[in-house]
Write a protein that binds this ligand. Structure first.
Ligand code: NA7
Length: 547
């Protein structure tokens, strides 16, 4: 696909015209890599930019000890290439970060994707030329390129959230964030370590750090609900069985209400229809399955408060059984709604609090006031620390998109447009920003589904759209405002029918001070895929095309 000569932007005197491309892809994680592969297949000229020094996206940055996926390996992987599916051997039921990164590197090698990616380079701005409907993209390395299509493959959990505690610059020890972990690792041996945050990252790294550190202090604001992952080596016969019918396996999973992964199957019954003893047995069964599969114990756990309370009480009982000190068990026991913040999958989390070298501090009761030269001060005392680990999460779903100065029609920025929360049609495109695509953007199932199939579905949709534009001689595509408004209203309506908007979660932006509280992902993976197909079948219903 070559760009028509007429679309060349006017040259500014004394400056070279930017290099003209069909597409720019921002990010080289699962989404960016597959997008580049598909665009190349269409014969498009494409340039990728990646702020890291290598491929992998979230799996490049999250190198903290214990980092592991909570979706089974055989499902958290690409399906676009049967060769890759067959040749890659997963070693564990849930892959750890090094294995997932090795897998992504293998895919990049296999399709020679690195040659089109500029590493150590952040895209800083992209400005639409309304007359040509092309984007001028500028980077931290001083590149300026012009592209017909700009594809933001920047990830849902990539802009880290580091709370602005006063005094951090005075800290004499080392501090790190789980989402930006040093490549050379961190040596915790003989050190007094503090971990702030007990979401999935905290829950995964706390048992590992406790094993090495002299002493570990865990600063907890909200206790997490977590279910043991029951991770184990992947049995060769299981892997062989799946590989023998991989396409059918993927097809079944794509229709699962869990959002693109089947795991062990969900129970379609309602919690209160089961008498208490049988309910306890059922919860025990799902606890034994492990991790996120527990969400499937009953179908109404996220819609009925009464049902939700039974799951919460079952999990609190497990904490009391595992944690020896009743006061520590009480502090670790969540009182909020179950499952409205993402459920964690752990390996020995509660047991860690039985160790002599681990202390739990409740920072909801005594908030962190400042970081000091020697450690950290809460409202009631100071803790001396040699190392602080921020496991404080992300500016999720919108952070990376709004981190780029994106200027659409009439010079309006995406930041201005989204000042009261993200607005996008199908989570794919936003009105006023023609030819700007988002992979798993807000308003798509994304984080409420299995990310890799969700990414592939979006990339396939975008690639087909670009191919259609080329064949039909279309220069621009953009959602119609009314279609976008209706979709945003629908996303909210679906969420409101559940308990999810009542959790103080990153799904709502509640973890980042000042962020608008809007429920961002779309709940309903199989229905969403059908909707995207219908939109295309009806001639890109809800979109406006410019020839
Ligand atoms: P999360 O799930 O957002 O967890 C962040 C944790 O950090 C959570 O316990 C927060 O408490 C805590 N936090 C954040 N800010 C503060 C301040 N200022 N003081 C004390 N504690 C704080 O991020 P993760 O990285 O663990 O996981 C993100 C996703 O990655 C996960 O859901 C999986 O999908 C993979 P809070 O709950 O806000 O009170």
């Amino acid at each position: 696909m070559t760009s028509p000569k007429t679309s060349r932007p006017a040259q500014r005197p004394g400056r070279r015209a930017p290099r003209e491309l069909d597409a720019v892809v921002v990010g080289a994680g699962f989404a960016g890599l597959y997008m580049i592969h598909r665009l190349r297949g269409l014969g498009c000229s494409v340039q990728g930019f990646e702020r890291g020094s290598g491929v992998g996206g979230t799996w490049y940055w999250n190198r903290y000890p214990g980092a592991r996926c909570d979706i089974p390996s055989l499902e958290y992987s690409f399906q676009f290439s049967e060769e890759i599916q067959q040749e890659w051997e997963w070693s564990e039921r849930y892959a750890a970060q090094p294995e997932i990164l090795a897998y992504i590197e293998h895919v990049a090698d296999r399709f020679d994707l690195r040659r089109d990616i500029r590493f150590d380079t952040s895209v800083e701005a992209a400005v639409l030329d309304e007359s040509t409907l092309r984007w001028t993209v500028s980077t931290s390395a001083g590149d300026e390129v012009s592209a017909r299509h700009l594809i933001m493959a920047t990830g849902c959990l990539s802009a880290i959230n580091t709370p602005e505690f006063p005094g951090l610059e005075t800290f004499e020890g080392e501090w790190v964030h789980t989402g930006d972990w040093p490549r050379e690792g961190v040596d915790f041996r003989g050190k007094r370590v503090g971990v702030i945050g007990t979401g999935s990252s905290g829950v995964q790294c706390i048992p590992e750090i406790a094993r090495d550190a002299l002493h570990l202090t865990v600063f907890q604001r909200t206790p997490a609900y977590t279910v043991p992952a029951h991770n184990e080596p992947l049995r060769p016969d299981v892997q062989k069985r799946v590989k023998a019918e991989y396409a059918a396996f993927r097809d079944r999973n794509s229709r699962a209400p869990t959002g693109g992964f089947a795991d062990e199957g969900a129970n379609l019954g309602r919690a209160m229809e089961d008498p208490p003893e049988s309910r306890a047995r059922n919860y025990e069964k799902y606890w034994q399955k492990g991790g996120l599969a527990f969400m499937g114990a009953y179908r109404d756990l996220l819609t009925s408060e009464e049902a939700n309370a039974t799951a919460a009480e079952f999990l609190r009982r497990k904490i009391r059984e595992k944690v020896r000190d009743p006061e520590v068990a009480r502090q670790l026991s969540p009182e909020h709604l179950f499952g409205c913040k993402r459920l964690c999958a752990d390996s020995g989390y509660y047991e860690t609090f039985n160790r002599d070298n681990v202390t739990l501090v409740d920072v909801r009761r005594f908030p962190i006031e400042r970081i000091t030269a020697k450690g950290l001060r809460t409202a009631d005392r100071e803790y001396e620390l040699d190392c602080i680990v921020f496991a404080t999460g992300y500016d999720a779903m919108t952070g990376a998109l709004l981190g780029v100065d994106l200027r659409g029609r009439a010079g309006k920025t995406l930041r201005e447009k989204w000042s009261e929360g993200p607005r996008a049609y199908l989570g794919l495109m936003s009105h006023g920003f023609p030819n700007l695509f988002m992979v798993t953007g807000p308003g798509s199932p994304s984080v409420l589904s299995n990310m890799v199939p969700a990414i592939e579905q979006h990339v396939n949709w975008i690639a087909a759209c670009i191919e259609h534009m080329r064949e039909a001689g279309i220069r621009g595509i953009e959602p119609i405002a009314a279609a976008e408004d209706a979709w945003v209203a629908h996303v909210n309506e679906v969420a409101r029918a559940t308990l999810l908007p009542r959790g103080n979660s990153w799904y709502l932006g509640a973890n980042v001070p000042g962020k608008p509280r809007v429920f961002m992902p779309y709940l309903g993976y199989p229905a969403y895929v059908k909707k995207c197909q219908e939109v295309v079948a009806k001639g890109y219903d809800g979109f406006e095309m410019t020839s």
